[in-house]
Design a protein around this ligand. Sequence first.
Ligand code: 4AD
Ligand code: MG
Length: 441
Amino acid sequence: MELIEIKNIFEREKVGKEVYFRGWVYRRRIIGNKIFLVVRDANGIVQVVIKDPKLVEKIQPIQIEGSLAVKGIVHEDKRAPGGYEVEAKEIEVFDYGKPFPLRGREEPDTIQKYRHLWIRSRWFSATQKIKHSLLKNLREWYVKDGWFEVFPPILVGNACEETTTLFEVKYFDQKAYLSQSAQLYLEALIFSLGKVFSLTPSFRAEKSRTRRHLHEYWHFEIEAAWYTMEDLMKVTEESLKYAIGKTIEERKDEFEIIKEKTGRNIEELKAIIEKPWRVITYKQAIDILKSKGMNIDHGSDLGADEERVLTLQFDTPVFVIEYPRKLKAFYMFDKDENVVKNFDLLAPEGYGEIVGGSEREWRLDILEKKIKEWNLDKLKVKIGDEEISAYEWYLDLRRFGSVPHSGMGLGVERLLMWVCKLEHIRDALPFPRLREGWLYP
Ligand code: 4AD
Ligand code: MG
């Protein structure tokens, strides 16, 4: 008999027919001399009723998450989830299972210990399917718009962002680092490919523990020759609106499950992607924060608290542009002696930064000065017996046909956190890397 997926049981023409499917026990109840199982697979759940005394005796010891294959007849039943029930005729048990250690109300420590099992929960699975769709749709937008996907290295000899958050690794007899961003390599690729994007892990040895920082996260980055900041903001907004809009259409069932858990309503998201997104300068942002009673001065960075207060003033994501150059990375284009041509895109409802982007400093003399000013000329690499600056190759990009260009990086877990209204970034990925002890599992 043909095996089917559980979601395909719920068809009118299946009523009265025999079906054959496999899965795991999601719930079990014994009522009188019957057993009711709710069985799940990757995409559905169905109620199975067991009445035959021999089968009841056989299935009685099965635990939550026990694995089995069921052959049975489909009946309509208003009380069953989805309105259908399967009356079991034959059951093959693959694993009866030990008593399942998770009930759904555990403390974070217990969840961490059993995280490899916890990730089977329906709402977490729903978040991962939404993530899958968001990335598929983002890729789709960029591919349709003529961008090439590229594959930069993770083991690198330079720092893209602050040297204080570098993870150092031994690379034979040299020091190497885990990549903080693919950006510098994407910049090298635009001269031949024009517009490129990549999806890679990025690593940050952040000192602070917060709800929105991971030590390893997935980074979706783009870079394009000839692009100005305005071009960059336009594609960032359009591609995100497309990806979120299409994901809402494709993942209605998953958003229903998420809604029960976090209260995320897709109508809120739809409203946000239908409006033009706001643009304010860093200067205006500080003035708004001061007027809301925040203790912050011009020149200070926006932390999670400031970003939360700021985003609560707007009903769309907001691009905050032109930060003081001292607050930002060395590679950003100096608009004047005070500010750079950059943006941070802050997600609404308190979430804050999900994207950082900028026009790049493409003038050789200014870039050389900034590398010294940021103290990055200290980073050296060996080529044979020669030791050279780890940024020499990056400066070469400004020596051989330099052009204006721009790019951005999107934190995938940050995006998902906002889209699903999650409280903590650890729930946006199966195996988060956080402080102490989070190498398990
Ligand atoms: O703002 P960041 O540091 O910018 C860059 O790395 C640029 N080189 C990107 C580029 O222009 N190609 O990081 C970009 C985004 C942030 O907006 C945030 O969403 C995410 O990466 N991010 C983190 N996500 C989780 N945990 C962390 N510790 C993160 N640090 C940055
Ligand atoms: Mg940033």
